[in-house]
Design a protein around this ligand. Structure first.
Ligand code: PMP
Length: 451
């Protein structure tokens, strides 16, 4: 039976934290809007779960049909503090009423500098740091490469298999997977070289062995003297939530430091408490030269940053970094609110607790369903890789079937991985335990129903 759509559009943590389905998914209101989307929005902009959202908060997305869905994706690791988190709303409302834009390159304002000061405090390492702010993760990665090139006077960029760094021309070149990110969009930027990544489930190598394999490629096929930088996600995001074997990152970092190669940690997906620390690099004490951040930094508003060693950041001539909107005052206010939420509620600890629950539940599920070849991740960035039992032959069709079942039952889940066979979990850190449990119950049901 279809109930009338709920009237109030207020989201945030006061939104009732319960899964509630009143129509099929997508419901009639969403389907009508999908027809409009089809008419006005380019087909290249796909949607995975086509329910139109009208309010969200905590661990819930409520759609225009009045369905309340459990959010296990956080808009791809963005709303870590929850949608419309109180400090984000407060900061944005104050800022938007004061002024919306001046362009920091024309007349500066405090919010931008406040965010840079916070980034210096929170990112790995206690050396002198500076930041520059941008609009998107891809833009941050591009600028990190620009900085590394100016600082070193070298051209080459080392990247890794299964990497994802964005959709601009340079970051497409840096990204591994063809479909859908690169197909037909070439020619791509030059001087980008790919080394093998540590992928313990598939290569069985220790961190040191995998690092030696990667370093051999970079050294012999590119030449350390030609490398401006190596860019790496400390835990792969779109590439499948692969956690490199312990020792891989520190060995690479030591090699890069020795050769004068700038180490760029792309923490765009793994940063800001997601993995149970402020940054994934913290786990192994790796101190990158430059860190790129975005997504979770600003509670849903578009903001990104490059933070790094002051002398590297300052190697670029005045006017060489910037952009009309980079570090927009409203986005900066959102970032300060988002960081305040993380500090006040110790969301890194919350991510570790969520990770504990998810790891236990997913390991138990693996015992019942041998198609789950690997359970991996850290904190609230957890995944399962689906393969034919006892092999590493990818099972993307099963992942798609499990996801479709979850969507029908009102649980937003995401897939990823080079073979499309990885099911990833990125719940908002504000999700109540009961809702997380219920979401994982539905995932378990989905495996049983699609067996
Ligand atoms: N790097 C990583 C590790 C990412 O996960 C993403 C986004 N998925 C990006 C870069 C690109 O960020 P954006 O979509 O904001 O450009």
């Amino acid at each position: 039976m279809t109930e009338p759509a709920v009237q109030s559009r207020t989201g945030g943590p006061s939104l009732p934290q319960e899964r509630r389905l009143v129509t099929e998914i997508p419901g009639p209101e969403s389907r009508a809007r999908l027809d409009r989307k089809k008419q006005h929005v380019a087909d290249g902009v796909g949607t995975m779960l086509p329910v139109f959202v009208e309010a969200a908060g905590g661990g819930i997305l409520r759609d225009v049909d009045g369905n309340s869905l459990i959010d296990l994706g956080s808009g791809i690791a963005v709303t870590s503090v929850g949608n419309s988190a109180p400090e984000v709303v407060r900061g944005v409302q104050e800022q938007v009423a004061a002024f919306t834009h001046t362009c920091f390159m024309i007349t500066p304002y405090d919010g931008y500098v406040d965010v840079c000061e916070k980034l210096a405090e929170l990112t790995p390492g206690d050396h002198a740091k500076k930041s520059a702010l941008f609009n998107s993760g891809a833009e941050a990665v591009e600028n990190a490469v620009k900085i590394a090139r100016v600082a070193t006077g070298r051209d080459a960029v080392g990247v890794f298999e299964h990497a994802y760094h964005g959709r601009t021309n340079l970051t497409m070149a840096m990204t591994s997977k063809n479909m859908p990110y690169k197909h037909g969009f070439g020619p791509f930027a030059g001087e980008v070289y790919r080394a093998p990544m540590s992928y313990p489930f598939r290569d069985g190598l220790s961190g040191e062995q995998a690092a030696a394999r990667a370093i051999d490629v970079l050294d012999k096929q590119v030449g350390a003297d030609n490398l401006a930088c190596i860019a790496i996600e400390p835990i792969l995001g779109e590439g499948g939530f692969v956690v490199p074997a312990p020792g891989f990152l520190p060995t690479l970092a030591a090699w890069a430091a020795d050769k004068g190669v700038v180490l760029i940690a792309d923490e765009i997906q793994s940063g800001f408490c997601r993995t149970g620390s402020w940054f994934a690099c913290d786990e192994e004490g790796v101190v990158p030269d430059l860190v790129t951040t975005a997504k979770g930094i600003a509670g849903g508003l578009p903001l990104a940053a490059v933070t790094g060693r002051a002398e590297l950041m300052d190697s670029v001539h005045v006017g060489g970094l910037g952009g009309t909107y980079g570090g927009n005052p409203v986005a900066c206010a959102a970032a300060l609110g988002s960081i305040a939420e993380m500090e006040t509620h110790d969301l890194a600890a919350r991510a570790r607790a969520i990770g504990g629950t998810m790891h236990a539940r997913l390991t138990a599920l693996q015992e019942r369903h041998p198609v789950i070849g690997d359970v991996r991740g850290r904190g609230a960035m957890m995944a399962i890789e689906l393969c034919a039992p006892g092999t590493t032959d990818a099972e993307p069709a099963r992942a798609a079937a499990v996801a479709a079942y979850c969507h029908q039952q009102g649980v937003v889940t995401l897939t990823c991985g080079t073979w499309g066979n990885v099911f990833r979990f990125l719940p908002p850190l504000s999700i109540p335990d009961a809702l997380l449990d219920e979401g994982l119950d539905v995932v378990a049901e989905a495996f049983a129903a699609t067996a």
